[in-house]
Design a protein around this ligand. Sequence first.
Ligand code: NAP
Length: 303
Amino acid sequence: MEKRRILHIFTPEKHASPFEVNMAVDAGYDVVVPYTQVALNDITALIQDAIFSRRVEDSRYTGIFIGGKDVAVAQQMLSQAKQAMYHPFAVSLLADPSEAFSTAAAIIALVMQQLEKSSQNLSQQKVVIFGSTSALGISTALLAAKQQANVTVVSHRSYETAQTIADAYSARYRLKNLMGADGSTVETRLRALENAIVVINAAKTGTLVLKRDELTTAQYLRVAVDTNAIPPAGIAGITLKDNAQLLGIANDYAVSFGAVPIRELKYKIQHQLFQQMLSTEQSVCLDFHNAFEIACRLLGVQP
Ligand SMILES: NC(=O)c1ccc[n+]([C@@H]2O[C@H](COP(=O)([O-])OP(=O)(O)OC[C@H]3O[C@@H](n4cnc5c(N)ncnc54)[C@H](OP(=O)(O)O)[C@@H]3O)[C@@H](O)[C@H]2O)c1
């Protein structure tokens, strides 16, 4: 008899995300079990408990999902989980904290597809991201930086907050093109926006981050993305369903993307990540790199 497909969700948070449970079942898992308030030093024991319970040839029917809200913690858990395997006893792993990896992959692939229409790419282009300390903000920044963009992450708290995040991730991923900026006043936000080609809002839901007249500072703007789905818009002038809509702010060619097209693409990406875990003969270990590969494939974009 074919084994039932079981997904174990590990999260440091108080609750596992219902979104992740639904996504996992829709992708084909029969049983989804959440483990909450999991610490990094719990991972080895949990993994080794999981890998020895089924025959090696049935290992694809067990998967591990690492959630939570912190990108660095999720990546550490993923690497700890990988190290805890005893081959050939191994199960597939996926990290997607706050769905930030699949969402960031959707955003950057949509931006790249848009730039390709005018024979451009992200290399050496200024990308400004608001919400530097959110999982989505930093995941988006990492993917843009890996495409050689010059990435500025903006914190509404202070320059130091943004730069601390930029330094930590630059060191972890050996990046030289990630920097922090202050977004605490209109003046500092305008300075951050100067010469921006791409502006992305990944700040707190339902918070107006950029007013219309502030965005006009980005006079060379090509793409503006607002990930916020709950009114008011994070970037004034962008609506939920915008999907490469002419923005009519800053210049006559900038376009906008709202939360709906991002969510639709993100959904497909996370679905395919789960299906990759379920269909593979060899165990896989998936993170934002794999989410981005899928996003590019779905949109026909060259990574
Ligand atoms: N469309 C989609 O599919 C999708 C999927 C996932 C998430 N999202 C959206 O992504 C955004 C981020 O989500 P999250 O859960 O990762 O965010 P979060 O943890 O709630 O907050 C994100 C960041 O917003 C900044 N922030 C907080 N208060 C602010 C204020 N008053 N003004 C300006 N910035 C402020 C903070 O960063 P700093 O201190 O660095 O400023 C904070 O770390 C949300 O809008 C969410 O709806 C969209």
